[in-house]
Design a protein around this ligand. Structure first.
Ligand code: UD1
Ligand code: CA
Length: 463
């Protein structure tokens, strides 16, 4: 079937009380509008038009390459919004799906079902309806004595009788476009909100004897609209559940779905276990057989296979197979860990490459560093990469051993196999195989402690 779609997304979303256009508010790491666009594309729609208005420049940037955008300068209602797409659909031969940008749980299957029913019945309009436990805020579907749809009444225009109706308009429809655009011209704003209601087209069709059909959504959750931030949170919860169910179905263990937050674009390999209180965000990819969490946050990070990350924050990093991170590590953007690297507790790493089998087990800061294979970085080692003006690199060769509490004052290089004595402040390059040590001479004074005690005991006596 030849399908086009118009997504209405020009409203400010007054009830959100936000500077950001409503349709760009995030759900599981992606703007709500992107979910509607994806559903439409999955349903096989080739031509999608988004009606933008409030924050149109931001909306345009978001849909770039995925949809055409038309501008609705003044938000005069859903009928007026849809009219703006008339030009874009001139000459289009096929059926038109109309959706709202604030209904992001809608699934492609439901859209296909709606379009098929529309085609099979030869209707002029087909409305996707749903029976809601709590229909507050939605337009209600009024039916005649024979159960056929008569009209749609907005909550604000509804009598107490009508308010009791629980079958609602989802704001998703299928139309014959030519007929529709003619009808839209005849809609008037005679209602409580003084808006041009798209829903008035339904009553108009019924009165003119044009066939109007309905399809009832099996799952009302799918068509939940977001008008305020409470609904945003409710829909986000459903979305999160969906993301986690998909992961579990693909072979990932999610120990506690209630305390696990995974963004939609994230990919996780089989037999990975995600422990509680974990956030996996952005474009993160986690391989197979990993253990993530508890208490982990991964953002835009790629992790290989068999990686362990506990109680740590990892951002913009690349982590190869069998690395062990945490507890309490902080990996900042530009960190690259090759295979079997260990990063331990209270270690921060920034923009550094650490090669195969190296270890930074405790209490270190490593920034702007290139660390070779099989290097051991002792507890408390710091790369002093910043001199107040610029950032400088530290290079450490394969197999080097950096003693505890070393300051590596960059730019500085430690050669392969070199050893740095604990407590050194290294300001000069240390060649391959050498010992670098910078330490004041230690004094040992026998019996000093006892003499000191005796002295202070005497002085402490009351006079
Ligand atoms: C609308 C329907 C209602 C339905 C509900 C489903 C109308 C009159 N009402 O109500 O029957 O139950 O959706 O969620 O159609 N928009 C524009 N330009 C405008 C006005 C709105 O583009 O001038 C867009 C909004 O950005 C939004 C969508 O249309 O994405 C729906 O508008 P909204 O104000 O949320 O309508 P509802 O009151 O929810
Ligand atoms: Ca709405």
């Amino acid at each position: 079937m030849n399908l086009a779609a118009v997504i209405l997304a020009a409203g400010k979303g007054t009830r959100m009380k936000s500077k950001l256009p409503k349709v760009l508010h995030n759900l599981c790491g992606a703007p709500m509008l992107s979910y509607v666009i994806d559903a439409v594309a999955t349903a096989g729609v080739k031509k999608t038009v988004v009606v933008a208005g409030y924050g149109a420049d931001l909306v345009t940037r978001e849909v770039e390459g995925k949809a055409e955008v038309v501008f609705q300068a003044e938000q005069l209602g859903t009928a007026h919004a849809l009219m703006q797409a008339n030009q874009n659909l001139k000459g289009f031969q096929g059926r038109l799906l109309v959706l709202c940008g604030d209904t992001p749980l809608i699934e492609a299957e439901t859209l296909s079902l709606l379009a098929e029913r529309h085609q099979d019945t030869g209707a002029a309009a087909t409305v996707l309806t749903a029976v809601m436990q709590d229909p507050t805020g939605y337009g209600r579907v009024l039916r005649d004595g024979r159960g056929r749809v008569a009209r749609i009444v907005e909550q604000k225009d509804a009598s107490p009788e009508v308010i009791k109706i629980r079958e609602v308009n989802t704001g998703i429809y299928c139309f014959e476009p030519e007929e529709l655009f003619k009808a839209l011209n005849r809609v008037t704003p005679r209602n409580a909100q003084c808006e041009y209601y798209l829903t008035d087209v339904i009553e108009m069709y019924v009165k003119e004897g044009r066939p109007v059909e309905t399809v009832m959504a099996e799952d009302p959750v799918q068509v939940a609209g977001i008008n305020d931030r409470i609904q945003l949170a409710e829909v986000e919860q459903h979305m999160r559940g969906k993301v986690l169910r998909d992961l579990m179905q693909s072979g990932v263990t999610v120990v506690d779905p209630f305390s696990t937050f995974v963004d939609r674009k994230v990919r996780v390999g089989r037999d990975t276990v995600i422990h509680p209180f974990t956030f996996i965000e952005g474009n993160t990819v986690v391989g197979e057989d990993c253990a993530i969490g508890p208490n982990a946050r991964l953002v835009d990070t790629v992790a290989g296979q068999g990686v362990t990350i506990q109680n740590s924050v990892v951002m913009g990093s690349s982590i190869s197979d069998r690395c062990f991170i945490g507890p309490f590590s902080y990996l900042r953007p530009g960190t690259v860990l090759e295979q079997e690297v260990k990063v331990g507790n209270f270690v921060e790493i920034k923009k550094s490459r650490i090669s195969d089998g190296s270890k930074v087990p405790h209490l270190s800061y490593v920034g702007d560093a290139e660390i070779g294979k099989g290097v051991n970085i002792g507890a408390g080692t710091i790369t002093c990469n910043y001199d107040g003006r610029g950032k400088w690199p530290t290079r450490i060769g394969d197999g080097a051993f950096i003693g505890s509490n070393t300051n590596l004052v960059a730019p500085v290089e430690v050669g392969a196999g070199a050893i740095i004595g604990a407590g050194s402040t290294i300001t000069k390059d240390v060649p391959e195989g050498a010992l670098g040590v910078e330490r004041a001479k230690q004094s040992v004074i026998p019996g000093w402690a006892a003499r000191k005690k005796k002295n202070s005991d005497r002085n402490d006596k009351p006079k």
